[in-house]
Write a protein that binds this ligand. Structure first.
Ligand code: HEM
Length: 162
């Protein structure tokens, strides 16, 4: 069974084709997808900029993370749920799209970047919580995260207009 045939099967499921062919379902889900982006992107960017030492330099990183991460996670969960529904509705289009493929790869890179950050330099946060500049690994994680999220958003937009 090829990936393409799984995509065909998925988008022909009654609920998935219902989303695609309804006048309001797809636009409403896509709007929620975009609004959730606003919920997660700005807090994520502000945290990345704190890691880079650009914003909120006098506030400990732990405090900034505590304030912003719940927003990032809330938005992210909504993005994944609504994104999965949009994908199901047009799985073959997504499968054939280089934008969607790039977006999935970038989402994986974002996850990996966050995981590496948490498993390495974040473990010793106590020693550099108030430091400016932050350690180079923290700055690297912040810069990579910013770049990758900009890429994910650009690919999402490109897919919607493709
Ligand atoms: C946090 C992660 C994500 C971000 C930042 C993101 C970002 C975006 C953006 C900016 C758009 C364009 C919306 C518009 O122009 O109205 C979009 C569309 C889309 N997203 Fe996501 N997305 C994410 C996760 C996902 C996931 C996990 C999937 C699928 C499993 C997905 C599937 C889609 C699809 C299919 C569209 C295009 C809808 C169309 O053809 O108009 N997204 N995304």
């Amino acid at each position: 069974m090829s990936v393409l045939s799984v995509c065909e099967w998925l988008q022909n499921l009654p609920w998935a084709s219902g989303i695609k062919h309804s006048t309001w379902q797809f636009p409403v889900i896509e709007s929620v997808h975009s609004l959730a982006l606003g919920v997660m992107l700005w807090p994520a960017a502000l945290l990345d900029l704190r890691l880079l030492g650009v914003t909120m330099r006098r506030r400990p990183v732990s405090q900034v993370a505590e304030q912003f991460l719940p927003w990032v996670w809330t938005g992210f969960i909504v993005m994944i749920s609504t994104g999965t529904m949009l994908f199901a509705a047009e799985a073959v289009k997504c499968y054939n799209s280089p934008f969607f493929r790039t977006k999935v790869v970038l989402l994986g890179v974002a996850g990996l970047n966050a995981l590496i950050f948490h498993k390495t330099v974040f473990q010793s946060l106590d020693t550099w919580d108030k430091a400016t500049p932050t350690p180079w690994r923290a700055r690297l994680a912040g810069a990579s995260s910013l770049a990758v999220w900009i890429g994910v958003v650009a690919m999402g937009r490109a897919l919607a207009y493709a």
